[in-house]
Design a protein around this ligand. Structure first.
Ligand code: ADP
Length: 320
């Protein structure tokens, strides 16, 4: 088990997912309440694998907010940095499962509590105790959570944390695609570890090629590791001194929600106590194989949080 603390910053919400595909939530015979939000999923991915994680973000002081905080606690994620807004409600997403398997989201953010986190409310001591500080992009969309996000990054970095970024693009939330690209790129050169999906690589580069040239066009001098995830095909990795790919695992996929968060959680869990894997290609490949196994397992069950694996579940897939 890892010992260094991973602090994950951003949103936690509930997805309302219909029990059948091809109809809207209002027409479905039923729906599931699936807790999620990429940064919260990453925190739980870490603790499920035996690591230490804290979540920093704001929830509504309502039934959903209390449910989400309870889920963090039950999973061993530290909640000292979780705040409850007295006015706004917890963020919610209403999902449509299209007949072709894709998901469409409608968000309740009017504004939701996560958007109202202010810099003054941050638990700076908690953030300073992070060995890795991980974040996404949704908190960049509006004030005041944008300023809170920037301050948290600055404080974590000054205290020596490694900054880890997964843009986790959710285009419908942004005023425009151009604004999303601009805001994501505005914090790009501060992160030392970045994970993007193949779709995000296309979006950020504006090119429809998924190759080394396109990935390396996103390289910046502070970056220590860039990862491009490729769904069932695994991932590609880039460091200052080496690059390559690690194959994924063949599994019976039922729902890919949370696969990327599971992958990131697994990587961070190993990296938090051993930064040497950023310089040791063989070691890094071993860890990415483990992260691919964790991502693959997460696609074999519905939902994100219930599908995040333990270390022993990951070992079973790894050893075939
Ligand atoms: P994101 O969820 O961010 O879009 P991906 O879909 O690329 O990211 O998934 C992250 C990782 O999870 C992949 O690199 C891979 O290891 C694993 N994974 C995702 N989808 C599958 C799948 N269908 N089969 C096996 N592994 C998968």
């Amino acid at each position: 088990p890892s010992t260094g603390l991973i602090v994950s910053f951003g949103e936690m919400l509930i997805d309302f997912v219909p029990t059948v595909s091809g109809v809207s939530l209002a027409e479905a015979p039923g729906f599931l309440k699936a807790p999620g939000g990429a940064p919260a999923n990453v925190a739980i991915a870490v603790t499920r694998l035996g690591g230490r994680a804290a979540f920093v973000g704001k929830l509504g002081d309502d039934e959903f907010g209390r449910m989400l905080a309870g889920i963090l606690e039950q999973n061993g994620v530290a909640v000292d940095g979780v705040l409850f807004d007295q006015g706004a409600r917890t963020a919610l997403a209403f999902v449509t499962l299209r007949a072709d398997g894709e998901r469409e989201f409608m968000f309740y953010r009017n504004p939701s509590a996560d958007m109202l986190l202010t810099p003054a409310e941050l638990d700076l001591d908690l953030i300073r105790s992070a060995k890795i500080f991980h974040y996404g992009s949704i908190s960049l969309i509006v004030e005041p959570c944008r300023s809170a996000h920037l301050k948290a990054m600055e404080v974590a970095k000054a205290a020596g944390a490694l900054l880890s970024y997964d843009p986790n693009l959710r285009l419908p939330l942004w005023p425009s695609a151009e604004e999303a690209r601009k805001q994501i790129m505005s914090i790009w050169d501060q992160a030392e570890v970045i994970k993007v999906s193949d779709d995000e690589l296309e979006f950020l580069t504006g090119s429809n090629k998924i190759d080394d040239e396109s990935a390396l066009s996103l390289w910046h001098p502070n970056l220590k590791l860039l990862l491009v995830t490729l769904g069932e095909k695994g991932c590609r990795y880039y460091t200052k001194s080496f690059r390559g790919s690690v194959d994924g695992f063949h599994v019976k996929t039922v729902d890919t929600t949370g696969a990327g968060d599971s992958f990131v959680g697994a990587l961070l869990c190993k990296l938090v106590d051993d930064r040497s894997l950023l310089e040791d290609e063989a070691k890094l490949k071993g860890v990415l194989k483990f992260a691919n196994a964790c991502g693959a397992i997460t696609t074999t069950k519905k939902g994100a949080i219930p599908a995040l694996p333990t270390e022993s579940e990951a070992r079973i897939v790894l050893t075939g």
